[in-house]
Design a protein around this ligand. Structure first.
Ligand SMILES: [Zn+2]
Length: 265
């Protein structure tokens, strides 16, 4: 615990916050003017900056045949949880979080925003090389629930194209942007784009509201149960500072942090 806290302090203090996310239907609690959606970064030109060598995605066991399209929790009978991260924001914060997770032997699922992959293409391989899972969180993280079918499809496929280019796989999971669950229109377009499942969550850390590390860890640890899917975000120093307490609390409860595929398999 002390070692993890020390690493958090060393890695997190100098991190600058960037990017904001609220994947809920509730009132916004963040400064939207600072969100990537308010001031989107232009996507890189097609074919720009491909990796020297694509990462090989970890082998994935088949999922249960009766798994619903929308997954919000896993089985409650095993002492496992899935920590899931909105993939956007400062690469320093992302790297700090991944380093802390791996020091604790935790595996997570990162839902990457396409523009972030254009800006930080090396992080796709960095995530997979740590044994984590990588999925699709749309190209621009706009309000996908309000888009037309074609707009939503483009948001999903543009991110998927980047995942394929960087890793050889579009990933197993799609998470809608600015929404916990898919609308029927978005669900249809996600399936059309090749995603058999969308990933929601049952525990919201509210880290994107910048409430302080203690509030973030309390939000998670007060609500987490076996089978929980926890929503967290790259891009916020509070999350880095809270993570050691979260990991320690999970360990105290006998809960292991696993990828979403492992959680539901
Ligand atoms: Zn998000």
């Amino acid at each position: 615990m002390l070692r993890i806290l020390a690493r958090a302090a060393a890695l997190g203090v100098a991190c600058a916050a960037s990017g904001a996310c609220a994947d809920t239907g509730g009132p916004p609690k963040v400064d939207r003017a600072n969100t990537p959606d308010a001031a989107p970064t232009p996507a890189a030109a097609p074919g720009a900056a491909p990796p020297a060598s694509a990462a090989v995605p970890p082998a994935l066991a088949p999922l249960p045949a009766d798994l619903p399209f929308q997954v919000g929790t896993g089985p409650t009978g095993r002492a496992q949880v899935a920590l899931t991260f909105h993939g956007q924001g400062s690469p320093d914060i992302a790297t700090a979080l991944l380093t802390l997770l791996e020091a604790a032997d935790a595996r997570v699922t990162v839902l990457a925003v396409g523009t972030w992959l254009d800006e930080q293409p090396h992080l796709a391989r960095r995530i997979l090389s740590g044994g984590h899972e990588l999925g699709n969180h749309t190209m621009n993280h706009g309000d996908i629930s309000s888009m037309t079918a074609d707009q939503a499809y483009a948001e999903i496929t543009r991110c998927a194209d980047r995942l394929v280019r960087l890793t050889g796989s579009a990933g197993r999971w799609f998470r809608p942007s600015r929404a916990r669950d898919c609308t029927p229109v978005v669900a249809t377009q996600a399936r059309r784009a090749g995603y058999a499942h969308a990933l929601g969550y049952d525990v919201d850390s509210l880290d994107y509201t910048r409430p302080g590390a203690r509030a973030v860890s309390r939000s998670v640890l007060d609500a987490v149960r076996p089978g929980s899917v926890v929503s967290l975000h790259f891009g916020y120093p509070d999350t880095v500072a809270a993570l050691p307490t979260i990991l320690d609390g999970l360990q105290t409860r006998g809960l292991r942090a696993v990828t979403t595929s492992e959680l539901v398999s």
